[in-house]
Design a protein. Sequence first.
Length: 108
Amino acid sequence: MPIDGEPFDGTVLVADGRIAALGRTVAVPDGARVLDAGGRWLLPGFIDVHTHLGVHEEGEGWAGSDTNELTAPVTASVRALDAINPADIGFDDALAGGITTANTATRS
């Protein structure tokens, strides 16, 4: 869902990993962990709509490069799902940069 609305200075209440409430008058429950982010920006996770995460592995060289199938000019049957390495350190890097959703593809 796109970000909609103007920035505001207020409270964001997170429960079970999801935004439960936000605004200037949100009541903070007793015992809640409070993080003061005054003067900073809080943004939702970003979506990378074109990436090669997991199919062109960081630090693996040719052995981790499953990005392009070069044996034929038309390879509609090639799927990124068959080549993704979920242990690729690129996923950690993406999360650290705010990427929470990625569309991984085999070809450029």
